[in-house]
Design a protein around this ligand. Structure first.
Ligand code: SAH
Length: 378
């Protein structure tokens, strides 16, 4: 049976999707298990919403219905999935793109759960032990809603990424006609960050022609591949992990690009930028898309502290009319903070956020984590 939880007036009067400890009057029951349903009530006992208990960053649970639900089963999830998939029909029918998000957590009505589509192979990400307790119902609902080739699950709760994989090995997906090598088996990264789809398209269309491109934190170098296809003269990819460049070179080859005028440099970005500035090198398109945090090979980096410093170092190797693409997925940096920090350093021409398949939740501006600005040196 669901637990009866009293919430504060501030919450019951204007409930939001993410339930936090500060919304609750008193303590949570000490024997409460992740996954249990909660009936949220105001201090007079009036019903507010049904949530499930799942611990994820600041959330201790997610509101999943305004109705009083006593249990959630495969039907519950199937209904949510049908609605979500219907909203992705244009993408499901698009012949040039077969990699996108088909279910985006709280934006689609179930926080803590995302589902991505990789050419009919499904990747489920669980973000709490609470949502994992509904695994069976989720898989059954998926199978009932549509036909998929394989289903792979990742447990991303508590920073742990475990994969129970049913899709083995590398395979190729398409984004706006561009081929990309992916792998769903290990780790958190699959080869593509699909939330950058619109930025890659903008780079190919409007910012690449005849440019010498510097791609920092290049990973699988999809920004560079789009730039080359948009007419870039050269690309220089910098990433601290040699493994990234193996994927990147495979992506160049898949798209018929010879590696001749392209560089793949295994180095810390800051060290690279110091060296490039000393050698007076200049680039006409610089892409800066760092991870929020990283400790690759013992080098610690945090965008919150270092994004400004990073942009300044990149400006030192920018040609006069260069375009800079600056991106962060750090949800701790607000849109306003980002625009201010970036706007102090470049003249912003265009900004991007998450594409429509990463459905936003109106209650939670911070869930719209992606911020991208494109501009020129001041
Ligand atoms: N921009 C990429 C995604 C970046 S993922 C894309 O669009 O696909 C983060 C990458 O940064 C990883 O490949 C990681 O190896 C690299 N990285 C992390 N810290 C680094 C550092 N200090 N210098 C260079 N690369 C770094």
């Amino acid at each position: 049976m669901p637990r009866q939880i009293t919430v504060k007036a501030s919450f019951s009067e204007k409930p939001i999707t993410a339930l936090r400890r500060e919304h609750i009057s008193g303590d949570l029951p000490s024997d409460l298990q992740e996954g249990e349903l909660l009936h949220l009530r105001d201090k007079n006992g009036k019903f507010t919403a049904t949530a499930y208990h799942g611990v994820q960053n600041r959330a201790i649970g997610w509101v999943i219905s305004k109705r009083q639900l006593d249990a959630i089963d495969a039907d519950f999830f199937a209904h949510k999935f049908e609605n979500a998939f219907a909203k992705r029909l244009p993408l499901l029918r698009n012949k040039k793109t077969n990699v996108f998000r088909i279910f985006n957590g709280e934006g689609d009505g179930v926080g803590g759960l995302t589902i991505d589509y990789y050419d009919a192979n499904i990747l489920i990400n669980y973000y709490s032990e609470g949502i994992i307790s509904y695994r069976k119902q989720i898989i059954e609902a998926l199978k009932r809603t549509a036909e998929f080739a394989t289903i792979t699950e990742k447990n991303r709760s508590q920073k742990l990424v475990e994969t129970e994989s049913s899709k083995r090995g590398d395979f190729v997906v398409l984004e706006n006609g561009v081929k990309c090598r992916v792998n769903l088996e290990s780790g958190g990264m699959t080869g593509i960050f699909m939330d950058q789809r619109e930025v890659r398209q903008a780079i190919r269309r409007n910012y690449a022609k005849n440019r010498n491109v510097l791609n920092l934190f290049s990973y699988s170098a999809l920004f560079s591949v789009f730039a080359v296809l948009g007419g870039a003269k050269s690309t220089t990819n910098v990433d601290i992990a040699r493994r990234s460049h193996e994927i990147a070179e495979a992506n160049y080859a898949l798209n018929g690009i010879s590696a001749a005028s392209h560089k793949f440099i295994t180095e810390d970005v800051f060290e690279f930028l110091i060296r490039a500035a000393k050698q007076n090198r200049k680039y006409d398109l610089i892409i800066i898309d760092p991870p929020s945090f990283s400790t690759s090979n013992g080098v610690a980096f945090s965008t919150e502290k270092e994004l400004g410093k990073l942009i300044d170092a990149a400006l030192a190797v920018s040609s006069k009319n260069a375009a800079l693409v600056i991106s962060t997925n750090n949800s701790k940096i607000s849109k306003e903070q980002f625009s201010k920090l970036v706007g102090k350093r470049i003249k912003i021409r265009e900004e991007f956020s998450l594409p429509a398949d990463y459905r936003a939740n109106r209650d939670l501006p911070e869930s719209s984590y992606l911020k991208v600005a494109i501009g020129t040196p001041l």
